[in-house]
Design a protein around this ligand. Sequence first.
Ligand SMILES: Nc1ncnc2c1ncn2[C@@H]1O[C@H](COP(=O)(O)OP(=O)(O)O)[C@@H](O)[C@H]1O
Ligand SMILES: [Mg+2]
Length: 225
Amino acid sequence: MIPDTHEDPLALSVSSLSYSYGVGSETTLTFPEVQIARGQSCAVVGPSGCGKTTLLHLVAGLLTPQAGSIHVAGQRMDTRSQRDRDRLRGRLIGIVLQQLRLVASLSALDNLLLAQRLSGQPVDRAAATEQLVGLGLGQHLHRRPGALSQGEAQRVAIARALMGQPALLLADEPSSSLDDANAERVLRLLTEQAAEHGAALLVVTHDARIRGRLDQEIELTGAAA
Ligand SMILES: Nc1ncnc2c1ncn2[C@@H]1O[C@H](COP(=O)(O)OP(=O)(O)O)[C@@H](O)[C@H]1O
Ligand SMILES: [Mg+2]
């Protein structure tokens, strides 16, 4: 049984977290405390290799920490079974990974419908269409990812991440490979969309252009234990 989640004022709380990839990896990555209130945004910044993507995958429940705790919307995530975590992720978290992982053989719209199905949401074609139109993709509903520009494909991935009205939106290096104008555009889009959907936003990035743009900034040093 997964209890109701919409009481805790914190969308994300990460405490005393550490992770080691093991097998051939000597170092243990340790992470600072992270607390993001509902509707707030946070950037985790630091150089390449300091553990940003690892942190994002831990928060998403794609990796299991060796120590520490992760709560999303009041739900402890890290101690649950994989199955419970998958269900909670589908309900609480939207993810925009660095590799967008859109299904190449499906249109933009069908990518959103597939995501709904996989995360256990009712398939709602109208809502998916509306979301894509809202992100300026109304002309591209039936295009496959390969026929979209990188920026457009990223917007499809953002639309997909927001489909389930997540409490927490995660984005890994959303602006890093974009020119200044498009980096600006995607940051604005993420913050606006998160606010509109009442989601907290966690961006992990080495992109210095994000500095000062979100409510909170946390520096990752890659401290190894
Ligand atoms: N699958 C993996 N197996 C072993 N080591 C990994 C793996 N993924 C990342 N690492 C190591 O963990 C550290 C943190 O990586 P990562 O979280 O990707 O950093 P960042 O996103 O900040 O660049 C790096 O030293 C990296 O080499
Ligand atoms: Mg990374």
